[in-house]
Design a protein around this ligand. Structure first.
Ligand SMILES: Nc1nc2c(ncn2[C@@H]2O[C@H](COP(=O)(O)OP(=O)(O)OP(=O)(O)O)[C@@H](O)[C@H]2O)c(=O)[nH]1
Ligand SMILES: [Mg+2]
Length: 303
């Protein structure tokens, strides 16, 4: 159903009446609500239908996780990215909500992303992507900042995050704007390190998953001293865990400087696309999915 805002029939708003109201809605400050995220049943249903890769982003509150997903989707709307094309999504309302926040009046670089809801453990969206004549489903999970903080504090917060075991790709997200702040960089890193350690120690995060250390907001790195710090933290994460394969990706999804186009999104996507698909077998071990019956990788919400 479409609404003609110019209609002036009784009871209907005219364009002149509606526009000021639209402008006064603080779209960017409204949290992404629970009902826009895919719940566990919806994720299981997608995974049961087709081979699905699970991508998990782990990082602190306001680190820029949701912005990465929103801007990735925005790039797909303009065309293929690295020969990967958008082929559908069961999360269009969620992406629309995210884009509404960042594209108000086309000021994408001055946008403010709504907070991922604090009441849930995670925010999940779906993308179906076409690559090399193949369609693959992807579930992207953005762990809420609160859940992340709690996971660093105490082991009792880990069980709700058990689904991370199923991840095919894990992005360890570090807020670049904090890395360039001497007062905040060490605690930003230590928190990610503590959460990663707890997840690995509890066998929740499997270092056999493809992983990346993702620095965000690198448009804020205007000082030469930041890069050696980033390299130091990245090296420490690399050597401290038995990763199968891990790389560093520097990103700026929503650079404040309009001259800089979004950075690192294509590299992030390429890494995710190339990550081999795995699943957890009924014995709890990690196995490749090729050739396995579909039910083997439909394991998000259930054990
Ligand atoms: N300078 C700069 N700011 C960015 C960039 N990407 C995101 N931001 C800003 O960082 C803030 C937080 O971004 P989000 O994507 O909401 O972060 P999040 O990690 O999802 O946060 P939670 O949902 O609270 O866990 C927003 O105000 C964004 O506009 C970037 O590349 N550069
Ligand atoms: Mg978020």
């Amino acid at each position: 159903m479409s609404t003609d805002l110019t209609a002036s029939a009784e009871g209907e708003a005219t364009r002149a009446e509606v526009e000021p109201r639209l402008q006064s809605v603080e779209i960017a400050k409204t949290p992404i609500s629970d009902d826009l995220t895919l719940d566990r049943n919806a994720i299981d249903a997608i995974m049961a239908k087709n081979q699905t890769k699970l991508v998990v982003l782990i990082g602190g509150s306001r680190a820029g996780k949701t912005s990465l997903l929103a801007v990735l989707f925005h790039k797909f709307l303009k065309g293929a990215v690295e020969s990967v094309a958008f082929a559908g999504s069961e999360s269009l309302p969620a992406f629309a909500r995210m884009l509404a926040a960042i594209s108000v009046q086309n000021r994408i670089s001055r946008a403010s992303m709504p907070r991922t809801t604090p009441s849930g453990d995670y925010f999940g969206v779906h993308l179906k992507l076409a690559h090399k004549n193949r369609l693959t489903d992807y579930i992207f999970i953005d762990i809420s900042g609160e859940m992340y903080r709690d996971a660093g504090r105490h082991a009792s917060f880990i069980p709700p995050l058990k689904f991370i075991r199923r991840a095919d790709f894990v992005g360890l997200v570090l807020d670049g704007s904090k890395i360039c702040n001497p007062a905040k960089r060490e605690s930003e890193f230590q928190q990610l390190f503590a959460v990663t350690k707890r997840l690995v120690d509890t066998n929740t995060l499997q270092p056999s998953a493809e992983a990346a250390i993702v620095f965000t907001k690198i448009d804020t790195w205007d000082d030469d001293s930041v890069e050696p710090m980033a390299a130091h933290y990245s090296d420490k994460l690399v050597v401290s865990f038995p990763w199968r394969h891990i790389r560093r990706i520097d990103t700026a999804a929503l650079p404040r400087n309009k001259e800089i186009d979004d950075t690192g999104l294509s590299a992030l996507l390429a890494t995710i696309i190339e990550a081999p698909a795995f699943c957890i077998s009924s014995k709890g071990t990690r196995v490749g999915v090729s050739g396995l019956p579909t039910s083997w990788y439909a394991r998000f919400g259930t054990e």
